[in-house]
Design a protein around this ligand. Sequence first.
Ligand SMILES: NC(=O)c1ccc[n+]([C@@H]2O[C@H](COP(=O)([O-])OP(=O)(O)OC[C@H]3O[C@@H](n4cnc5c(N)ncnc54)[C@H](O)[C@@H]3O)[C@@H](O)[C@H]2O)c1
Length: 327
Amino acid sequence: MKVFVTGGAGFIGSHLAERLLARGDHVLVLDDLSTGSMDNLAGCIGQPGFDYRVGSATDVPLVSELVDRCDVTVHLAAAVGVRLIVEKPVHTIETNVRATEVVLGAAAKKGKLVVIASTSEVYGKGVRIPFQEGDDLTLGPTTHSRWAYACSKALDEWLALAYYREKQVPVIVTRFFNTVGPRQTGRYGMVLPNFAAQALRGDPITVYGDGSQSRCFGHVADAVESVLRLIDAEDAVGEVFNVGSDREVTILELAQMVRESAGSQSEIQLIPYAEAYAAGFEDMQRRVPDASKLERVVGYRPRTPLEEIIADVVADQRTRLTAGAPR
Ligand SMILES: NC(=O)c1ccc[n+]([C@@H]2O[C@H](COP(=O)([O-])OP(=O)(O)OC[C@H]3O[C@@H](n4cnc5c(N)ncnc54)[C@H](O)[C@@H]3O)[C@@H](O)[C@H]2O)c1
């Protein structure tokens, strides 16, 4: 199989590319290197069956050509990360909506299978835990940039499902919950690599709010496995899937676990949201996936233990610190 991965030089994309190559598939990556990096593809470049282009997923002729050359497209390219979204809302909305439109338009020409990456953010302020794919989406007001990411991804989902219904394009939507692991950078506000880097440097571990908000962290290898199985599952077409672990942890507990795993003496410092982001920033108290639909359709759900995930991220950050690489 030949797989086109947009955003393939990013965190999830580079793991997906490596895994595909390892099982003998061909991989074609497109990335504009805005948050991704060629370093992430070090294990792929030069491997048989691997090719890449540096360019934008909003470039219609380029995307059409690359979609045409492959059997399946996994569309991961997006403006990602809470900090980026708050700081660059125009870029976020335009990238996330346009690129998906371009990818779906190209796939429609020949009815090619497309996996569209969405996010648990679309559940917004939903309080019915765990989140199920059919739940209502409860987003905040347009006056808060924070919601632009969720809204742009929700629109991507609508568009993907519209292409499926109206133009019979085979699509699969994956709502990734917090996905973590080696190579994720802390530069764009990702919590776990940031905690690990702070703990290893002996700096204060900065927890936003009072730390009682909880999240579920899934290993990137589990997310990749889920995507690969969904591509092979006929029943997955035209459907939306939560992809994440349901092991819940408060952010304060996470900071403590990271500190322990890193063997660090760092203090844990609580930072009010208003200081961390713009005033009025809203965060969700809990976000837990119901992954039973994924398990029913592909016989698998993300289950790597949190302790193992943290150890992997700490080891990765240790290597980066030693090498002087960006966090
Ligand atoms: N990591 C998570 O926890 C998580 C959670 C929910 C959803 N997601 C989604 O998964 C996907 C991958 O996220 P990630 O965590 O690997 O982030 P990432 O930032 O590492 O990957 C995104 C990649 O897309 C590239 N990109 C951005 N705009 C582009 C454009 N216009 N053209 C081409 N490439 C472009 C970036 O350079 C980067 O390599 C995204 O769609 C994201 O919204 C991730």
